[in-house]
Design a protein around this ligand. Sequence first.
Ligand SMILES: [Zn+2]
Length: 257
Amino acid sequence: MRLYDTHCHLDFSAFDKDRSQVVAGAQRVGVERFMLLGITEQQWSNLIKLCDDFSPAFRFSLGLHPYFIHQHQSTHINALASCFESLSDSARARCQAIGEIGLDATCEQPKLQKALLDQQLVLAKNYQLPVILHHRKTLDELLKSVREKRVEHGVVHAFSGSYEQAAAWVDQGFKLGIGGTITYERAKKTRDAIQRIGVEHLVLETDAPDMPLCGYQGRRNEPKRVAQVLQSLAKLLETSTEAISPVLWKNSTALFN
Ligand SMILES: [Zn+2]
C-alpha cells in the first residue's frame, strides 16, 4: 500500500531528536511520500535543506502561514518569489505547492492576512502550483478569495465543514485534506460531508506533530498515523483500505505533480 502524508510538519523541533526513526516508522506502514510546509520566511532555508537530506521521500511547499502573522512582513512576498526562483533544479522539482497559506479568524491582523493570501494566490497561479490552504472559521471567506483569483488547484487542509461547503470546494477543483478529525465520532457534520463527497476528491494527511487522532489526545502526532486515518476513512465509506488507497495516492500525486 502506497500512502502519502500530504501535510506534516516534520521540520518542527518536536522531531529533532528522532526524525529519522519517525520517517522510518511511517515508511514501515507504507508512507512513501511526505509533504512538508513552508510557514515563515525564516524557516524556508532549513526546510529546503531538510528535504534535500530526506529526498526522494520528501516534498515541500513555500508559503507564509497566517498563524505566524507577527513574523511576516509585506517584503516577504518578494522574498518568497526570489526563494522559489533561486531553487536548485532538484529542489525546484520537489517544491510542489504554495502553502501553508490562508486565513485564521483566531489570529490578529486580518487585513495583512488577506493581503498576503491574495498575493500568494497570484504567485501560485504564476508558477502554476497548487495551494495548500489553512482555515479556521474562514472556509467561505477563503473560497471567495480563491474564486476571485481564479485558483483552481489545491487542497483544503484539515477540511471540516458541511457537505455544501465540501461540494463548493470540489467544484472549484480542490481536494479535501482528511486527517485526525474524521476519527472523532462527534465530528458528525464533517464525517457526513466526507461520506457523501466521494473518495476521488480526498487526500490523506496528519498535520503531525499536531491534530492527534482519537485515542492519542495529548500525544505527538506522527505521519505513520496516516495509516489509521485511512482505516477510519475506509470504515466511514463502508469499503476497504485496499479499495481506496490507490485512489488517494493518485489524487495526491496528481495534485502535486
Ligand atoms: Zn499545517
